[in-house]
Write a protein that binds this ligand. Structure first.
Ligand code: XUL
Ligand code: MN
Length: 343
């Protein structure tokens, strides 16, 4: 049987300026047109958007103006053979979102967050995608006693319900992360995200996006997180990358820290037929040491590693593995996997 082709996506933030918490940008900003050109040149098919990547001044615009601006972005994408994968409301950089959006202690900020999210839904619809991603960035605390966790989960449900009511078509993929920029997040894992989704107004329209590094930061195996979401029919996006243990969110090249872990992620996606249902996104960042003209190599490498691992999955001797499993000879299975990856 012919295999479905994987389709790849990337966000403008993946061509970053090399800034980190300890130093300013080291590369010039990449103009949006160049982001699209790079995506096409590297064989990507779709663009991931924060709402203001698509419509920069959306807070000062009327709904009609927002729709018009997003439609012209959609045309720019189409002219280059691209589509929009999803839109995410960028709440975490705005002054109103200083203490979080949906779970802010300030009712005016909570209202702002919901209004902005509804605008982001309008952007998504005009861009031609029904998928919203919700990374609950500052929906957590640095001082645990500052917010009520019971109330916070109700507030998150109310926010998702507001987005669901903004369009009958919209679907929301929660992208959980346990920490950073907050110390402790209210939606740290896929289990939390899926459980919250069941309590929303229309659970069928709430799923998840899994980022490898976010799972690792939660002490979990990304391939198991993916398997859990796939079993529920809820894996609507992936942000493949890597992470060298419990540090800041590194967004390393896919497979750079744990090639076997990357193989396991590709294997779970391949076995579930993910290629025909979702995009493979890479949430990776170029190292700060890269000069501007070489600052897209991390995307090319991530895609190349992914495709090589697809071949590794397709050539894995499954019948030998089945014999090892039947004999409960997991040492033999261990060796089979390692030799296959090394060979
Ligand atoms: C942050 C992160 C975000 C989301 C999109 O860690 O992964 O870039 O993927 O908002
Ligand atoms: Mn991500």
């Amino acid at each position: 049987m012919a295999h479905a082709e994987y389709r790849f996506s990337v966000g403008p933030w993946n061509l970053g300026r090399g800034a980190d918490p300890f130093g300013p940008p080291v590369r010039p900003a990449v103009p949006f047109a160049d982001v699209l050109r790079t995506a096409v040149d590297l064989g990507f098919h779709a663009i991931q958007f924060h709402d203001d990547d698509a419509v920069p001044d959306l807070e000062t615009m009327t709904p009609a103006q927002i729709t018009k601006a997003a439609e012209s972005m959609r045309k720019m994408l189409a002219d280059m053979g691209l589509v929009a994968e999803f839109v995410a409301a960028r709440l975490w950089e705005h002054p109103h979102g200083v203490d979080g959006g949906y779970t802010s202690n300030d009712p005016a900020a909570r209202k702002w967050a919901i209004d902005r999210s509804k605008r982001a839904v309008d952007v998504a619809m005009a861009l031609g995608t029904e998928l919203m991603v919700m990374w609950p960035a500052r929906e957590g605390t640095g001082v645990r006693e500052s917010k009520d966790p019971v109330e916070a989960s109700r507030q998150l449900i109310a926010a998702i319900d507001a987005m669901l009511s903004a369009s009958p078509k919209v679907r929301i993929a929660i992208e959980p992360k346990p920490n950073e920029p907050v110390d402790t997040a209210f939606l740290p894992t896929i289990g939390h995200a899926l459980a919250l989704g069941t309590r929303c107004a229309d659970p069928a329209r709430v799923g998840v996006l899994i980022e490898s590094a976010h799972a690792i930061l939660a002490g979990l195996d990304p391939s198991d997180e993916m398997g859990f979401a796939l079993a529920a029919g809820k894996l609507w996006g992936v942000h493949l990358n890597d992470q060298n243990g419990l540090k800041y969110d590194q967004d390393k090249v896919f497979g750079a820290a744990n090639l076997r872990g990357a193989f396991d992620q590709v294997r779970v996606l391949e076995r579930a037929g993910y290629a025909s249902t979702g995009y493979v996104g890479f949430d990776v960042k170029a190292q700060r040491t890269q000069p501007a003209e070489k600052a897209a190599a991390h995307l090319a490498t991530s895609k190349a590693v992914f495709l090589k691992l697809v071949e590794k999955v397709r050539t894995f001797p499954e019948s030998v593995a089945a014999q090892c499993i039947a004999a409960r000879d997991y040492e033999a299975l261990e060796r089979l996997v390692l030799e296959h990856l090394l060979g």
